[in-house]
Design a binder for this molecule. Structure first.
Ligand code: SF4
Length: 345
């Protein structure tokens, strides 16, 4: 593998071999002054993923730049692994995968090397179109919502889907994202964690600020006035001891969790029900909030799903302008802040 390809696609097995051939090892990467730039770039990879959803460009003209770029990748993965936060891992995996997609769009010659490494069965035909095995196509296109991605709308022959290189790159992006998410967290030894502490702490602060900004409550705690009619109705039913269907219970708990309420705060709301059964509620809440699995909770359903499940209660005017109950909360909160500002004027 040539050094430029190794630097552009540092996740390839060939890139790791390139680093080995340059006599680098993980201990030196972590502590040697010679690899300071690789560590700096590794940190940049993670910070770029958090703040811009992307890994930015750097010059890869010199051999030295290319080696630093290859080494920055394992360094970034160690930082992400040490923090071990689902939001960060997903965001980082997406940023690395999007970068690969962007690079491949001007470098179709590398597509088959990347595909082989990601175990995506494919070939290029004489007209430059990609033929991809249909089962791989299904595996990596199922997250794509547009109808053009449906198997029925593709050119399928002898078990292979024929697609344009750019669309193929998009599916390779999904394949890489899936691979990175499945590989992380790595098992980082304590001694390495110690050495990485400054960068880990830096990322942890930026991550927490970003999560706060993205949180519908802005980290200010839940304001019941901003809740959408559906959640208000379900919450009132729960507190009045009405037996809720699973879909409603799921929507309520996942919603409250997404607003940042802790397990204790959610259970406190349920405990107001006259027939409150702590052990039953505790199991369900822990499962939905992810506490039981030591992970982040499930994402609350969007309005379309709420409607399908028959739990979109009393939609009001604002409801016609949102497609997710969390967007309703954000909009109400923004309106309230705007009114407050205007009152102060
Ligand atoms: S439209 Fe959406 S936010 Fe409004 S009540 Fe229905 S599910 Fe809730």
């Amino acid at each position: 593998m040539d050094s430029l390809q190794a630097a552009r696609y540092p996740f390839l097995r060939g890139s790791a071999k390139y680093a080995e051939a340059n006599h680098t090892d993980i201990e030196s990467l972590i502590s040697s002054p010679s690899y300071e730039n690789a560590r700096k770039r590794g940190l940049e990879r993670v910070l770029g993923a958090i703040s811009d959803h992307k890994v930015g460009d750097v010059s890869l003209l010199q051999e030295y730049d290319r080696l630093m770029e290859v080494l920055s990748y394992p360094y970034a993965r160690m930082i992400v692994s040490c923090i071990n936060d689902r939001f960060l891992t997903k965001r980082y995996a997406l940023a690395e995968a999007s970068r690969m997609n962007e690079l491949l769009s001007n470098d179709h010659a590398s597509e088959m090397i990347v595909a082989e490494d990601l175990e995506v069965r494919s070939t290029v035909d004489t007209e430059g179109m990609v033929r991809m095995h249909f089962s791989d196509y299904l595996r990596f296109s199922h997250v794509m919502k547009a109808v053009e991605w449906k198997l029925i709308n593709t050119d399928l022959k002898n078990g292979f889907v024929r697609i344009e290189p750019d669309k193929f790159d998009r599916l390779l992006q999904n394949a890489l994202q899936e691979r990175i998410e499945s590989e992380l967290p790595l098992n980082v030894p304590d001694a390495f964690r110690k050495a990485l502490k400054k960068d880990i702490d830096h990322v942890a602060v930026i991550l927490s600020e970003t999560k706060m900004k993205l949180s519908p409550t802005g980290g200010e705690g839940m304001n019941p006035d901003y809740l959408p009619p559906c959640i208000r109705a379900i919450l009132a039913s729960a507190q009045n001891g009405v037996n809720l269907p699973h879909s409603a219970r799921f929507a309520l708990v996942s919603y409250l969790n997404a607003l940042g309420l802790t397990y204790e705060q959610i259970i406190a709301l349920f405990s107001q029900s006259p027939d409150f059964d702590e052990s039953k509620s505790s199991y369900q809440i822990k499962h939905i909030t992810g506490e039981e699995r030591g992970r982040e909770g499930y994402t609350p359903p969007e309005c379309a799903t709420m409607k399908t499940n028959g739990i979109c209660f009393d939609p009001d005017n604002l409801c016609s302008r949102v497609n997710h109950p969390l967007s309703y909360y954000r909009a109400k909160s923004d309106f309230a802040k705007r009114d407050e500002k205007e009152e102060k004027k």
